[in-house]
Ligand binder design. Structure first.
Ligand code: UDX
Length: 450
């Protein structure tokens, strides 16, 4: 099928690259000409495991092309995935202006039957507005539109694998023929009959993905409801961690046993310095506003957000308790991204901690495998180091803020030798407390005794 992707951000590029990898002809369009020029030159502007391989392979096979020409893109495609940004407005609601602008061009330029698929995260009832915009601005074109909501459940750092091996593909439609076309697009993934570029064809066994057909409103709600529930789970684990600290229990032991109950499940119960990234913080706010507008006060969401914001204060308080005064102390920071395997620092708890350390007069040295160039622009006074050992040199404390697996495997004895004071505050419970204490560290983590 001839498919186009409007918006070449994380979601758009992963969607375009993966759809090309399973055999479709894909045109990726973005209004940012510089981004398109970079993509045409074979440069993938974001770090995401396997994304460059699949996009470059599709480019060599001429299965994918890049353009800034929206009208032409609309004209030549049967299915149009809208993947433009929906960033938060000041009041927490999603800014839908980019979606509206794209809809008006599609309306004016389309000919024949077009499947218009909203992939961007949007509030419920956006599909209705989208259809209205297509109808209002497109009467002259004579095109016929089928609107579909197809929310994504991609995690940064594993989004290519998530796209190709999903648990479920949700399509919200109002006509059975639109669902049939969506099934056709996803057929290779549903039947698992493509050569997986992530696992070289040797993918781990997984259950066949569910193809879930719902109304458009339900599909839109599923996305927000899922993300918000995961955020609630994390805040629950974090509040539990505070309680464990007071009562001398170990949150890792508690959540591990809780997660063995299939009704609870083991995932998203990791306590730490809280959730960040461009999805959870914005989605939970947007969902709250949406409920409020509908006359439902969804206080659970507000509380999850409050608990999350308090994680930073709680962690800095730990640092102050250990270091007494932060001013003029040399603090090493390991990890700047909101989670490992990404270069994304948007709403990263680590960055907020760095900001507060600097504001209190600490001098900060930092290392992150992917995000130092980006962070340098925002915090030029931080000393960005070659490696974690350099961060530790002369430090009064080391703060572990993103659980990059390589931090677990460092030569911690060597780090001990580099520090002025061997104090480690582990904001992600990555390290083994017994081992760290055996090595002579003063070690503090989240919700674990000691
Ligand atoms: C999320 C959703 O998982 C995905 O389905 C959706 O499409 C986009 O938003 P993402 O933001 O990439 O994905 O990251 P995710 O892995 O969900 O983690 C979000 C944040 O929660 C990170 O800051 C992570 O460190 C934190 N987290 C996650 C915890 O603090 N504890 C956990 O147990 C899990």
């Amino acid at each position: 099928m001839r498919i186009s992707i409007i918006g070449c951000g994380y979601v758009g590029l992963v969607t375009g690259g993966c759809l090309a990898a399973i055999g479709h002809r894909v045109t990726c369009m973005d209004s940012d000409g510089e981004r398109i020029r970079a993509l045409m030159a074979g440069h993938i502007p974001i770090y995401e495991p396997h994304l460059d391989e699949i996009v470059l392979a599709a480019r060599s096979a001429e299965h994918i092309e890049f353009t800034s020409d929206l009208p032409k893109t609309v004209e030549q495609s049967e299915a149009i995935f809208i993947c433009v940004g929906t960033p938060p407005l000041e009041n927490g609601e999603a800014d839908l202006s980019a979606l509206d602008a794209v809809a008006r061009v599609i309306a004016a330029e389309a000919r024949g039957l077009k499947l218009v698929i909203e992939k961007s995260t949007v509030p419920v009832r956006t599909g209705e507005q989208l259809r209205r915009a297509l109808e209002v601005y497109g009467p002259a074109s004579g095109a016929v539109f089928q609107v579909v909501s197809n929310p994504e459940f991609l995690r940064e750092g594993s989004s290519v694998s998530d796209f190709l091996h999903p648990d479920r593909i949700v399509v919200g439609v109002d006509q059975p023929s639109a669902a049939a076309k969506m099934r056709e697009i996803y057929q290779p993934i549903l039947e698992r009959n493509f050569v997986c570029p992530v696992h070289d064809g040797a993918c781990p066994p997984a259950a066949q993905p569910q193809f879930v057909v719902t109304s458009i409103n339900s599909a839109e709600l599923i996305k927000h409801a899922s993300n918000s529930f995961l955020a609630l789970k994390i805040s629950y684990a974090n509040q539990l961690a505070d309680l464990c600290e007071e009562l001398g229990a170990d949150v890792e032991e508690v959540t591990r046993a809780m997660g063995m109950d299939p009704r609870i499940g083991p995932q998203f119960l990791r306590a730490g310095i809280g959730f960040g990234g461009f999805c959870f913080p914005k989605d939970i706010q947007a969902f709250y506003r949406l409920a409020e507008r509908a006359g439902v006060e969804f206080m659970l969401l507000k509380e999850a957000e409050r608990i999350n914001k308090a994680r930073i204060d709680h962690f800095l308080e730990k640092a102050r308790r250990a270091l007494w005064v932060l001013k003029s102390k040399q603090v090493g920071v390991l990890g700047l991204t909101f989670k490992p395997h990404t270069d994304d620092t948007r709403f990263a708890p680590a960055l907020e901690i760095v900001r507060r350390l600097l504001a209190e007069g600490a001098s900060v040295r930092a290392y992150d495998p992917q995000a130092m160039r980006k962070t340098q622009v925002v915090y030029p006074t931080v000393k960005y180091c070659e490696d974690p050992y350099d961060v530790a040199a002369g430090a009064d404390a080391l703060l572990l803020l993103t659980e990059w697996p390589e931090f677990r495997d460092l030569d911690w004895q060597r780090i001990h030798g580099q520090m002025v004071r061997p104090l480690v505050l582990d904001g992600r419970n990555l390290l083994d407390p017994h081992r760290m204490r055996q090595l002579g560290f003063e070690y503090h983590s989240i919700g674990r005794p000691g």
